[in-house]
Design a protein. Structure first.
Length: 514
């Protein structure tokens, strides 16, 4: 039964049995462009008619590059409608078109705009104004966020005014997939106790309901001692709040994943016994919207063997203090799988380690809450979950990945791990991983060292729960340096990977042939 669950968790489509024959791959590169140096921002939009669309921004220039299956550049569409100083751009992609959202500031007013793009990256419509906000002062921080439901039938744009630290003000705009306005909430207040309160990631379900969590810590570096679910139904102007009572444990970072199959919301994270500082295991809580109640709440401690296998530079007791949950997959029966990676820094400067600062992207700027402010897709402008700033000489480490599988009630089914060790100085763009589900297993892509050269490696989690280490993916030349962490799966067996070639940006098409 356990093995059957595990096979199901891995699969988002029909699974083929993996034999002992290793998967083969094909790598194809785009031509490096000297004008596209490492300072460029980019976003991989997706695949359209066997072509790949990639948005790029360099200073005041915005355009979409169109590549064919051989990664030859077939078009470069200048987005002349965009202003010179664009703060942020994001995309919601559909099979035949995509919506581009961007925001900019002019004379103290920030505007959120949208334009519809065709399969060739050309605008089908003129830009339309979604919303405007008067902020008065100049800032290059984004104030709007745009999120889409899993089936992309719902799109929400929102902003959060934090000028009053005790009471945040939300404005939300809900649209359908053709960008027709369905509901707007102009002013919705949320009481915040103090600056140690924080909000989790935000999401909307396939019915347009907005969901997020609110955590309370005693001090800025303390564990989460109180936690609440907040639900804003699609057509209402109020928050529905349900507390998750924490019995004799406190929480680390909390991740949200919506289970649209069963109309449930999963909140999960590492937990501590009481207010101690040693991670004990995983805490799972599932809220059922129909029942209007928490239907699952449990804690799953890590056993001694798992601790010993993942201790890294720590003691076995502190083995998981450097781990962070990166991605979660939910199956149609409610079972789920999560990946967590060991991320930490060592520094020759004066900076000291602080776990909260390592993963907290939610510290609001002055005036507005900048959630999801993860840059444009560029690893050089990106705020990494474990990235510091400053002038210290910092070494970034990304090590083992633990794989945790649970049934629909949050009971642990299986654990496994991807063994790896990565480091880089003053830049985290080349380390960490990307998980790719081809229907024949879950492949973990990452850079590895082989005879003093950086190569693209991957390990495969099979439907039976085994982890297979595959031969490295050979590059045409040692001058190509991959950034798998920022890659995007655009088809069942195709991944587009941003790549550096002698300090110029290009893109590699990786195809799994079997």
């Amino acid at each position: 039964m356990i093995m059957q669950y595990f096979r199901h968790i891995l699969t988002l489509c029909s699974l083929a049995f993996i034999s002992n024959n290793l998967l083969s791959q094909k790598l194809t590169y785009s031509e490096p462009d000297r004008d596209e140096a490492r300072q460029i921002n980019f976003e991989i939009i997706g695949q359209y008619n066997n072509q790949y669309l990639i948005y790029k921004n360099y200073r005041s220039i915005n355009y979409i590059s169109v590549y064919n299956q051989e990664m030859k550049l077939v078009a470069k569409n200048d987005l002349t409608f965009m202003p010179e100083k664009t703060i942020e751009a994001s995309f919601v992609a559909y099979p035949d078109y995509a919506f581009m959202f961007y925001q900019f500031q002019k004379k103290g007013v920030v505007s959120l705009m949208a334009v519809k793009l065709d399969a060739n990256g050309k605008n089908l419509t003129e830009p339309i104004t979604i919303d405007t906000t008067i902020i008065g002062n100049f800032s290059d921080e984004k104030i709007y966020s745009v999120i889409a439901s899993e089936d992309k039938s719902q799109i929400m744009a929102f902003r959060i005014n934090t000028k009053n630290e005790r009471r945040y003000q939300f404005k939300t705009l809900l649209f359908d997939k053709e960008l027709n306005l369905k509901h707007s909430t102009q002013q919705l207040g949320l009481n915040m106790n103090d600056r140690n309160d924080f909000l989790t990631d935000f999401d909307i379900d396939n019915n347009g309901n907005m969901v997020f969590g609110r955590g309370i810590r005693v001090g800025s570096n303390d564990n989460i001692t109180k936690f609440f679910l907040l639900l804003k139904a699609a057509n209402t102007d109020s928050f529905h709040t349900r507390e998750l009572v924490l019995n004799n444990y406190s929480l680390d970072e909390v991740k949200l994943k919506i289970d649209n199959y069963n109309n449930r919301y999963l909140f999960t994270g590492f937990y501590y016994p009481g207010r101690k500082t040693v991670i004990e295991g995983v805490a799972n809580a599932i809220f059922d919207k129909a029942a209007d109640n928490w239907v699952v709440q449990n804690t799953v401690p890590f056993d001694a063997q798992l601790r010993e296998d993942n201790r890294g530079p720590n003691t076995a007791k502190n083995a998981f203090n450097d781990f962070y949950i990166h991605d979660i997959t939910i199956r149609s029966d409610g079972a789920f799988l999560m990946n967590a990676e060991s991320n930490y820094t060592t520094s020759r400067g004066s900076m000291t380690y602080n776990r909260w600062n390592m993963f907290n992207p939610f510290a609001p700027p002055l005036g507005y809450y900048s959630w999801g402010g993860m840059g444009w897709g560029s690893p050089w402008g990106l705020r990494s979950p474990w990235s510091y700033g400053g002038n210290d000489i910092t070494r970034y480490h990304a090590e083992n990945i633990i794989i945790l599988a649970f049934d629909k009630n949050g009971k642990m089914l299986l654990t496994n791990q991807v063994i790896k060790s990565q480091l880089d100085d003053n830049n985290s763009g080349m380390i960490s991983y990307q998980a790719v589900n081809t229907g024949a297993g879950l492949h973990y892509l990452y850079n590895d060292q082989e005879a003093r050269n950086t190569v693209l490696a991957y390990q495969t989690l099979t439907p039976e729960g085994r982890v297979i280490r595959n031969p490295t993916i050979k590059s045409q030349t040692r001058d190509y340096k991959f950034m798998p962490r920022f890659s995007k799966q655009v088809d069942r067996k195709v991944v587009i990977i941003p790549t550096l070639y002698r300090n110029s940006l290009c893109f590699a098409r990786l195809e799994f042939l079997k």
